[in-house]
Design a binder for this molecule. Structure first.
Ligand code: ME8
Length: 665
């Protein structure tokens, strides 16, 4: 694979975990890989030299057992399993610069060198090991970690292990790790995860067993042929072994990595063990470790036994690569848990891609063809409206860049889509057809130029997430400039032909949607339809759900298309403050944290039933994308869901400490 190089700026190194080869690529592993690809593409657009690395974790007991179960030698097994990963990432248009496999000699050499270095410094020693081991995690637990004798993560019996082992003196690194976290409070992102890690380390660290002598499928410990290395010592080192290790030119260029993306399940390994190994070996820790949340499918954990492992390649073949990438980056607040649902995917395709963006492009090209001879008109003298659109685009580009720089792809897309909305409104308000009729050609040209230029900015900003479709969009509006993040308004050259074409994102109608869902085995579960029933009543009511208090039963609701359900953005929100609205018996004004930069104000008709203090701290369900509405002069930005019985509204809440912003589906 080629190294993508920009022309300027500091190098940028982003990694994904290396995935276990006993599994197939699924939506979870695709999620991290796509996110890393988005950040890599964004930084390339910004002109930075980028290295994006992914790969495979091929050693350890888990892989040896999987090979045995498959009746294969481990080597043959891992070789066979590697292909589907490379193919899946290529099919999702991910562009890693390196794909490392831990069975490669280049990796083994560096891991052994790091081990020897740490051993020479006295932080590896031999001892006896006794603890509870879970093969599924390849991890150890103390007796108190177990739940009914089972692994707390996998709910499988853990095995007591007692054997000779090499240990890493992790206990000696507690203070150095704490110093690292305090000096660099953004070492782990998001912040809440940093706090978790810090608390874990503060509680004290035990030395870590880092070798095994009960199986052979691993990297031999230098100088002791009876032991192979613990798979995590081996695996974590991939991030520097692919650079050739300390002293190699690539190491000097790229290490420390800018960001190491991981799922929250393996944060401890990356935020505690990994920096400790590095410090012990005299190497600097990465700049940031970002732990994203966990994806579920229709509310269920992804697992082969549940047969709900979505094959990312099939998903991309069915819906297109870019829509799948868009959905994953837009739908889930990066850092929080999220749910994949077929209905929500189709909803995003129809509403955001086909409608907001696709229609904007189509109508603009049609207008340019009809009113300006099919070529980009001269920008002319921009009026107030054009200047306002330009200002909006410029602010969007700054905002979206900041969001992508700080690992908030969902927010970046939200900002870009706000610009789509603004451009659509701009066309409506400027009414170019009327300007043409009135013969106001200069104004007409200024309007058409401005909307084409806005589309060019949108296309450029979409390149990281929608690499193929955004490139088509740019071609259609006549942009053939170098692929860079937009920063100068007015670069679209006048006189270039625009191109009409098939819709960028075809809409998926209800029938086809159901058929696709069936083909993929992704019908929405009964849980989801229950929510559909409850939510569908809200918007049709005359005010906030709790105020309108409809008593219709779910059975009386008309059937709802999946795509319609997907349009409802139901999120968990935490009530920060509440007060009764003066002179309105029923109304309560709430300030809620919906996982956004700023709290939202909601007005709900629940004041006869609740006292403000009762509500503070509650986690409620918010319909977040309802158009704002004024009630008694207060703008309510969303709606709380509530069930009303005998005239008494009861607000829907969740028991667990689910983070605000989490999508409800
Ligand atoms: O842990 N939601 O490999 P792994 C979101 N080999 N992300 C998910 C996910 C889900 N449901 N399921 C998996 C390993 N992931 C080790 C890593 S690194 C030195 C060694 C993603 O195949 C997420 O990034 O179990 C998670 O951390 C990773 O896949 C685990 O992949």
């Amino acid at each position: 694979m080629s190294q993508h190089e920009g022309t300027s700026g500091r190098p940028y190194y982003v990694t994904t975990p290396i995935y276990y080869v006993n599994d197939v690529p699924h939506l979870g592993t695709a999620y991290t890989t796509i996110a890393a690809d988005v950040f890599a593409r964004f930084q390339r657009l910004r002109g930075r030299r980028v290295r994006f690395q992914t790969g495979l974790d091929e050693h350890g007991q888990k892989i040896a057992e999987a090979a045995e179960a498959a009746g294969a030698e481990p080597r043959a097994f891992v070789d066979r399993m590697a292909g589907p990963f490379r193919e899946a990432w290529a099919a999702l248009n991910a562009t890693p610069d390196d794909f490392i496999r831990t069975t490669e000699p280049r990796h083994q050499r560096v891991v052994q060198a790091l081990w020897s270095r740490i051993a020479e410094r006295g932080d590896i020693y031999k001892g006896m090991y006794e603890d509870w081991y879970c093969t599924a995690c390849e991890g150890y637990y103390t007796e108190k970690d177990l739940v009914d004798g089972k692994c707390p993560v996998h709910d499988r019996p853990a095995t007591k292990m007692s054997s000779e082992s090499y240990f890493f003196r992790l206990s000696a690194y507690r203070d150095r790790l704490l110093a690292l976290y305090r000096e660099r409070p953004d070492f782990v992102l998001p912040q809440t995860r940093m706090n978790e890690v810090e608390r874990f380390v503060e509680a004290g660290l035990r030395d870590l067993s880092i070798s095994r002598c009960n199986f052979k499928w691993g990297i031999p410990v230098p100088g002791d042929a009876d032991h192979v290395m613990y798979v995590w010592f081996d695996a974590l080192t991939n991030y520097v072994s692919a650079l050739g290790g300390e002293g190699a030119p690539d190491y000097a260029t790229w290490w420390p990595a800018d960001v190491q993306l991981v799922g929250k399940d393996i944060l401890r390994f990356h935020a505690v063990y990994w920096p400790a190994f590095l410090i012990a070996g005299g190497l600097p820790p990465p700049q940031h470790v970002f732990a994203h949340g966990w994806l579920t499918i229709n509310g269920q954990k992804m697992s082969k036994s549940l047969r709900n492992v979505v094959e990312p390649r099939r998903l991309a073949e069915t819906y297109g690569v870019d829509p799948v990438r868009y959905y994953l980056m837009r739908e889930v607040n990066f850092g929080l848990d999220g749910d994949f649902s077929h209905g929500a995917l189709v909803g995003r395709i129809n509403a955001d891609l086909a409608n907001d963006l696709g229609n904007l492009l189509n109508r603009t090209i049609a207008l340019v063809e009809k009113l300006a001879g099919g070529v980009v008109p001269p920008a002319g003298e921009p009026g107030e409206r054009e200047r306002a659109l330009r200002g909006f685009a410029e602010r969007t580009a700054v905002q979206a860049a900041d969001d992508l720089e700080h690992y908030r792809p969902h927010r970046a897309l939200e900002a870009i889509w706000a610009l789509c909305g603004e451009a659509n409104r701009f066309v409506d308000a400027a009414a170019p057809w009327a300007l043409a009729k009135a013969g106001r050609t200069a104004e007409l040209h200024a309007v058409l130029y401005a909307v084409l230029e806005a589309l060019r900015w949108i296309g450029r900003m979409c390149l990281p997430v929608l690499p193929t479709k955004a490139a088509v969009l740019l071609e259609r509006v006549g942009d053939s400039g170098p692929a860079r993040w937009p920063s100068v308004w007015g670069e679209l050259p006048a006189g270039v032909k625009v191109v009409r074409g098939e819709p960028l994102f075809p809409r998926i109608d209800g029938e086809r949607e159901a058929e696709l869902a069936r083909q993929l085995g992704l019908e929405t579960g009964p849980g989801a339809s229950a929510v559909v029933g409850a939510a569908a009543r809200g918007p049709s009511s005359s005010g906030p759900a709790a105020e309108a208090a409809p008593s219709a039963s779910a059975a009386s609701a008309a059937p709802l298309a999946y795509e319609d359900f997907g349009k409802l953005e139901l999120r968990i929100a935490r009530v920060l403050a509440a007060e009764k609205v003066p002179k309105a018996d029923k109304l309560m004004r709430l300030s809620v944290d919906a996982g956004e930069a700023e709290p939202r104000t909601i007005v709900a008709g629940i004041a006869l039933r609740y006292e403000p203090a009762e509500l503070v701290g509650k986690r409620v369900v918010l319909l977040a994308n309802l158009a704002p509405r004024k009630l008694r002069g207060i703008e309510s930005c969303g709606m709380l869901l509530a069930a009303t019985h005998d005239g008494r509204p009861s607000v829907l809440t969740v028991e667990d400490e689910i983070p605000p912003g989490t999508r409800v589906s």
